[in-house]
Design a protein around this ligand. Structure first.
Ligand code: COA
Length: 322
């Protein structure tokens, strides 16, 4: 039986840091409000001209190096993003070219903030069925380009960045289980209304940016994350006390705290980066993972639970031994 195991992680954050104080000068908000309601203190914002693929390539190289392999060993690239460089080709293909890897399959996955979990689920299935041995999974986002910087309800919550992992075939698990779900019923609660087939060149300015009913999204996220955690543990027949680290999508500290509470996990066993990164959508889990692996908190053999919730709505989880 072939299993998948994380062989290496990598991350990248743009150089420019925007603090809550900086935002006070741009919209009617305060550092105190942002910290209290979201836990966010600062976020990284891509430089002019810096793209999703630019960030993805750096994170990918770091993950490949950490895995102790070379780009030529990668046999599949799956890139999760909601903010691709171009309409087409996929950002995965742009990254593939820049990594100098020829002919292997490369494609994008779009599941908003759950994108990394979706990509992880697909990669795990490829490995389990012997369809690939070294999968490069990347989450990379430039949300700064789809934010209305005059809308205080949304612009304070997001940031840019990229995270990557190399998922490798192994005889031992590794990944124990993955779960993904969606419910299109809630499309309008969190969306960017403009799109290609709906005629994005002709729409109102606001339609090109994130629109969100924050309170409704918050309530739905907390309830759904509680359910997915229970589903994941029951399916694997694992007790919640056995989890070493919860690595959640980083949208809001209050959502993360509620999820940890439902699992009975103290915050000391939860990886939190939302204070430093804000919400980087599909990049948030691999970025948080990379931070905690590199600072030595997450160690080989630890039992990890990833969980995410995002627009769609989409949601999902992964349970794994690191
Ligand atoms: N600064 C100051 N005030 C702000 C503000 C800001 N940046 N943004 C909104 N407000 C105001 C609102 O206008 C509202 O004012 P009103 O009561 O006079 O109408 C008030 O603050 C409270 O807004 P509300 O939306 O009820 O606050 P909240 O406690 O729900 O927190 C969010 C707002 C957005 C932080 C929270 O709802 C949230 O995190 N939602 C989920 C977002 C998310 O995670 N999205 C991505 C999912 S992947």
């Amino acid at each position: 039986m072939t299993y998948a195991r994380i062989a290496g992680t990598g991350g990248y954050l743009p150089e420019r840091v925007v603090t809550n104080k900086d935002l006070e000068a741009m919209v009617d908000t305060t550092d105190e409000w942002i910290r209290e309601r979201s836990g966010i203190k600062r976020r990284h914002i891509a430089a002019d001209g810096e793209t999703t693929s630019d960030m993805a390539v750096v994170a990918a190289r770091r993950a490949i190096e950490a895995a102790g392999i070379t780009s030529n060993d990668i046999d599949l690239i799956i890139l999760a993003t909601t903010t691709p460089d171009k309409v087409f080709p996929s950002t995965a293909c742009i990254v593939q070219r820049r990594l100098g890897i020829k002919t292997i399959p490369a494609f994008d996955v779009q599941a908003a903030c759950s994108g990394f979990i979706y990509a992880f689920d697909i990669a795990n299935r490829f490995i389990k069925t012997d369809g690939a041995r070294n999968v490069l999974i990347i989450g990379s986002e430039t949300y700064s380009r789809i934010l209305d910087w005059t809308d205080r309800a949304t612009c304070v919550l997001f940031g840019d960045g990229a995270g990557a992992v190399v998922l490798q075939a192994d005889e031992e698990a590794g990944v124990i289980s993955t779960h993904i779900h969606s419910d299109g019923e809630f499309e309008e609660l969190l969306h960017v209304p403009a799109g290609i087939s709906s005629g994005y060149a002709t729409v109102q300015r606001e339609a090109a940016y994130i629109q969100m009913k924050g309170h409704e999204v918050f309530r739905k996220a907390v309830g759904t994350l509680g359910k997915i955690a229970r589903e994941t543990l029951a399916d694997a027949n694992i007790d919640k006390e056995e989890i070493d680290w919860l690595v959640p999508h980083q949208a809001n500290l209050r959502i993360i705290t509620a999820a940890a509470k439902k699992l009975g996990l103290p915050m000391e066993r939860v990886i939190v980066t939302v204070d430093e990164h804000a919400n980087t959508s599909s990049a948030s889990i691999p970025l948080a993972l990379d931070v905690a692996v590199r600072d030595g908190r997450i160690k080989r053999g630890d039992l990890l639970l990833f969980e995410a919730f995002g627009a769609g709505f989409t949601w999902g989880s992964a349970l794994l031994r690191f």
